[in-house]
Design a protein around this ligand. Structure first.
Ligand code: A3P
Length: 293
C-alpha cells in the first residue's frame, strides 16, 4: 500500500506546526469549554496517554465499564486540535462526548489554548517529561506515525529538537510557559512523568484532591494496576493498535515506558552539547526535571 507523503512543518504564529493540527483552527479557537471539562495537556510524548487513561479510569472505570472494553481511549479522550481527512475532528468528538466531565487532550502550547477554558476556569492537568527522554520518544514516534514529518537521522532530529523545530514547537517553551501559567491559573495541576514512575501512589495523593475525587484504597489499586505500562501495552483500547497511521512494527506506541532510555541514544558529545544548551534555555530554578530516578 502506498503511504501518503509525510507533511512538511511550517511556522504558525511562531510555532512549528503541520496542517492536520491547524486546518480546523477557527473551530478549535471557538471551542466551548465547560466548567467541568478537564483538559489534559502535554508536549507530545510526555505521557499524555498514560494520564488520559488514569483520569478515564478514575472517573469512569466503575460507572461505565462497557466503555473500557469497547471504545478506544483516543475516542474517550479526544485530541482537540486534530483534523484528518474523512475522520471526525477532535473538536467534533469533544463536542459530542456524552460524559461528565469531558476529558479532552491537547498538545497545544499554552498561548494557543481556546479562551473558553480560561473563562470557564476548567481544570487542566499538565504532564511534563524530561527533555532527553521526551526527545527519544518523539524520534521513535516520528518513524512509526505517518501523520508526522519524517524525523530523519537521530543526530539531525536532536539538533532540530534543540532548535524547537518540532511539531508543537519547542519543548523548552512548552514546559516553561505552562509552568508560568500555573503561577496565575490555580486550576492547573503540573505533573512530571518521572514522579509518576517513581511513586504512583504519592502522585495519586496529589492528583485526586485536585480533581475533587476521593477514591477508595481498592479503587486506587485498581487504577494503578490497569494503567501499568505492561497492561496498557496489551490493552487494544489503550495501545493505539486500532490507529491506521501508526506502524507498530516500526516502533510500538507503548515502546519502553521508562526514565533514562536517552542513555541508549545520546553520545557523550551529544549529551555535553545538550546540557550546555539546556542551561541557557532553562533558567527557572523552580522548574526542575530529572533524567533518572
Ligand atoms: P516511550 O516512547 O519512551 O516508551 P504520549 O502518550 O504523550 O504520546 O507519550 C508516550 C510515551 O509515554 C511513550 O514513551 C509510552 O511508552 C509512555 N507511556 C505510556 N503509557 C505509559 C505507562 N503506563 N507507564 C509508563 N510510560 C507510559
Amino acid at each position: 500500500m502506498d503511504l501518503p507523503p509525510r507533511p512538511v512543518p511550517f511556522d504558525f504564529h511562531g510555532v512549528s506546526m503541520i496542517k492536520c493540527f491547524t486546518d480546523n483552527w477557527d473551530n478549535i479557537q471557538n471551542f466551548k469549554a465547560r466548567t467541568d471539562d478537564i483538559l489534559i495537556a502535554a508536549y507530545p510524548k510526555a505521557g499524555t496517554t498514560w494520564v488520559s487513561y488514569i483520569l478515564d479510569l478514575l472517573y469512569f472505570g466503575q460507572t461505565c465499564p462497557e466503555r473500557q472494553v469497547s471504545v478506544p481511549l483516543h475516542e474517550r479522550v479526544p485530541f482537540l486540535e486534530i483534523s484528518r481527512p474523512s475522520l471526525s475532528t477532535g473538536k467534533d468528538l469533544a463536542d459530542l462526548l456524552p460524559t461528565t466531565p469531558r476529558l479532552i487532550k491537547t498538545h497545544l502550547p499554552v498561548q494557543f489554548i481556546p479562551k473558553s477554558f480560561w473563562e470557564q476556569n476548567s481544570r487542566i492537568v499538565y504532564m511534563a517529561r524530561n527533555a532527553k527522554d521526551n526527545a527519544v520518544s518523539y524520534f521513535h514516534f516520528g518513524h512509526m506515525n505517518n501523520v508526522l514529518p519524517d524525523p530523519g537521522e537521530w543526530t539531525t532530529f536532536l539538533t532540530n529538537f534543540m532548535d524547537g523545530k518540532m511539531v508543537f514547537g519547542s519543548w523548552y517553551d512548552h514546559v516553561n510557559s505552562w509552568w508560568e501559567k500555573k503561577q496565575t491559573y490555580s486550576n492547573l495541576h503540573y505533573m512530571f512523568y518521572e514522579d509518576l514512575i517513581e511513586d504512583f501512589g504519592r502522585e495519586m495523593e496529589k492528583l485526586c484532591p485536585f480533581l475533587g475525587l476521593s477514591p477508595s484504597v481498592e479503587e486506587k489499586e485498581r487504577v494503578s494496576a490497569l494503567s501499568a505500562f505492561d497492561r496498557m501495552k496489551q490493552n487494544k483500547m489503550t495501545n493505539f493498535s486500532t490507529v491506521q497511521s501508526m506502524n507498530q512494527k516500526v516502533s510500538a506506541f507503548m515502546r519502553k515506558g521508562i526514565v533514562g532510555d536517552w542513555k541508549n541514544h545520546f553520545t557523550v558529545a551529544q549529551n555535553e552539547r545538550f546540557d550546555e544548551d539546556y542551561k541557557q534555555k532553562m533558567k527557572n530554578p523552580l522548574l526542575k526535571f530529572r533524567c533518572e530516578v
